[in-house]
Design a protein around this ligand. Structure first.
Ligand SMILES: NC(=O)c1ccc[n+]([C@@H]2O[C@H](COP(=O)([O-])OP(=O)(O)OC[C@H]3O[C@@H](n4cnc5c(N)ncnc54)[C@H](OP(=O)(O)O)[C@@H]3O)[C@@H](O)[C@H]2O)c1
Length: 254
């Protein structure tokens, strides 16, 4: 997977301000647990909270009223920060509702779009705007999915949201090249990771997700990655020479 150990030595020595959305569970929690900075102010953006060592910004990101709350937090903390690096990793997402678009609950479908497609762009924009006067190293990492490029039946709004994230990253990455210092904006697909989200896929019916057997088989074959391993690989991206706007998959990281 990665050569995280060596490359992250420099990052560990620096003072950082880090937001992780969805740090209450799954990959986000693993990112919080493997944070490579020794001196870090960590903020979890989620509903449940409980992340060790993190300040909790308690919000439901499927509710647009929560977005200015996060934007205000970005602005306030960045203007008070005098350290070396500012990082936002957007990991929060949902598969709910799983099923054919014509059959799922309309209000759940709308929430899925707000969380998976709208919130990443709105929060990403707010983060970049808050960085306008910052002079330290700046990183924005969007957690995407293979569903962004390969249609997964039963996951239409989820896949569309991830595709939106990838195109947003490609575009904003180009824009940030023109800023000095720019924020490096990338998107990463984590592959199949052993989290609640995978459990939800395994528990789905063939009617909801015709490929659900594939997810049950992945677990049976021991093919699910450990969240902490994937998290370390994602952190290693901070020290890699990647073009701004890069969209990549963890399997491509050697
Ligand atoms: N697991 C996989 O195999 C896999 C594969 C491809 C891509 N991904 C991507 O990896 C990322 C992490 O997924 P995961 O597997 O760790 O999922 P997970 O275990 O289901 O965790 C989801 C996280 O998102 C947060 N979240 C969900 N709805 C939210 C809402 N309305 N408002 C605020 N936060 C919300 C949850 O926090 P609260 O419930 O506390 O709000 C939780 O911390 C996602 O972007 C996912 O699309 C995962």
């Amino acid at each position: 997977m990665s050569d995280a150990g060596g490359n992250l030595l420099m990052s560990r020595l620096r003072r950082a301000l880090v937001w992780i959305s969805g740090a209450s569970a799954g990959l986000g929690a693993a990112l919080a647990a493997t944070i490579p900075f020794e001196d870090v102010e960590l903020i979890d953006i989620s509903r449940r909270g409980g992340t060790p060592g993190a300040v909790h910004v308690a919000v439901d990101l499927a509710d647009p009223a929560s977005w200015p709350v996060v934007a205000t937090d970005f602005g306030r903390r960045i203007s008070d920060f005098s350290g070396d690096a500012v990082v936002f990793i957007h990991s929060a997402a949902t598969l709910t509702p799983l099923g054919s678009a014509d059959r799922v609950d309309t209000s759940q479908y709308a929430r899925n779009i707000l969380l998976n497609a709208a919130a990443p762009q709105v929060l990403g924009q707010a983060f970049l705007a808050a960085l306008a006067r910052a002079s330290c190293e700046q990183h924005l990492i969007m957690v995407s999915s293979g569903a962004a490029s390969r249609p997964h039946e039963g996951e239409s709004s989820y896949g569309a949201g991830k595709a939106a994230i990838d195109q947003w990253v490609r575009t904003v990455g180009l824009e940030q090249v023109r800023r000095d210092p720019g924020c490096r904006v990338i998107s990463v697909s984590p592959g199949a990771v052993d989290t609640e989200m995978q459990a939800v896929l395994r528990a789905s019916s063939d009617e909801q997700v015709p490929e659900s057997h594939r997810f049950r088989q992945l677990e049976a074959d021991g093919q699910l990655a450990k969240p902490e391993d994937v998290a370390r690989t994602i952190w290693s991206l901070l020290d890699r020479d990647l073009a701004n706007g890069t969209v990549l998959h963890v399997r491509d990281i050697t």
